[in-house]
Design a protein around this ligand. Structure first.
Ligand code: CP
Ligand code: NVA
Length: 306
């Protein structure tokens, strides 16, 4: 099995500076030939705008060819096992990006594929997005360490990848989640253990958005109901009232605080239009950066597989 990029931890900490440098280079020099003659399958079992378009355009700009499959438009929705899909796609393509539900599906695909697999979002992780967020922070502040990070909202896939990042890179991360929506405690413990080993970083869990936002340089949020949780949206609206990133909350952050949102956003729920469309928001740069970071991730896993 070639593992690929299933969570952030699949790229060792010491390789991240070069990967992010490469993304910065690719932002300046978009058209390359590193994937010439190579095909990448982009498999979507959930909706996507950014992940789909950034990887499809990214493969094109690197000289390769992207094949987009949706579950409905393929045999996946008719029950073809993910293991068989892995074997078959490995015969045609040099890498597979999968967006799906349980992380175990990404793991099964990777286990049975003979080409690298990239997690384009699962219920548990969104590593391509948080890699992009770290790139966006580095672009803005010149570094990712020595900053305070706040997560406001659901303890979801995005929160999980932020927690993993906080463990790997020794970041100071405070998460404010409503009761019953806290992140996976195992993940939190693992990240704290890594921080203890490095001797830096902290992970604070609170139910108070103001406490998490106080002094933060980077304030991130996400939708209250993720894909697959639509039926629970009404209950979540009640539980998450008070977890809106608005101007008052951002004012509690550092004077140079930036606001990140992976998008799509629901203005008036997890973030106000004033903040999302305002001067502190880097959401649109962040969205564009998915292209550059996605290309660097593709190059990384595909060259590692050779
Ligand atoms: N941020 C993100 O993953 O967006 P899409 O769902 O549009 O791919
Ligand atoms: N947490 C969201 C992220 C979307 C990019 C979801 O899983 O739907």
């Amino acid at each position: 099995m070639i593992r690929g990029f299933l969570t952030l931890g699949d790229v060792p900490v010491e390789k991240w500076p070069a990967l992010l440098d490469r993304a910065a280079y690719l932002k300046k020099h978009r058209v390359q030939t590193t994937l010439a003659g190579k095909a990448v399958a982009l498999v979507f079992e959930k909706a996507s705008t950014r992940t789909r378009v950034s990887f499809e355009v990214g493969v094109f700009e690197l000289g390769g060819h992207a094949v987009v499959l949706t579950s409905q438009g393929s045999q996946i929705a008719r029950g073809e096992p993910i293991e068989d899909t892995a074997r078959v796609l490995s015969g045609y393509c040099h890498a597979i990006v999968l967006r799906t539900f349980g992380q175990e599906r990404v793991a099964q695909l990777a286990q049975h594929a003979s080409v690298p697999v990239i997690n384009g979002l699962s219920d548990q992780h969104h590593p391509c997005q948080v890699a992009t967020d770290l790139f966006t922070v580095r672009e803005k502040f010149g570094r990712i360490d020595g900053l305070r990070y706040a997560w406001i909202g659901d303890g979801n896939n995005m929160a999980a990848s932020w927690i993993e990042a906080a463990g790997m890179f020794g970041l100071d991360l405070a998460l404010a989640c409503p009761e019953g929506f806290a992140p996976d405690p195992e993940l939190v413990n693992a990240a704290r253990e890594l921080q203890r080993q490095h001797g830096r970083g902290s992970l604070t869990l609170t139910t108070d958005p103001k406490e998490a936002a106080a002094g933060a340089n980077v304030i991130s949020t996400d939708v209250w109901a993720s894909m697959g949780q639509e039926d629970d949206a009404a209950r979540r609206k009640v539980a998450f009232a008070g977890y809106c990133v608005d101007t008052a909350l951002v004012k509690l952050g550092a004077p140079d605080a930036i606001v990140l949102h992976c998008l799509p956003a629901h203005r008036g729920e997890e973030i106000t239009g004033e903040v999302l469309d305002g001067p502190r928001s880097l959401a649109w740069v962040q969205a564009e950066n998915r292209l550059h970071v996605g290309k660097a991730i593709l190059e990384h896993v595909m060259s590692a597989a050779q």
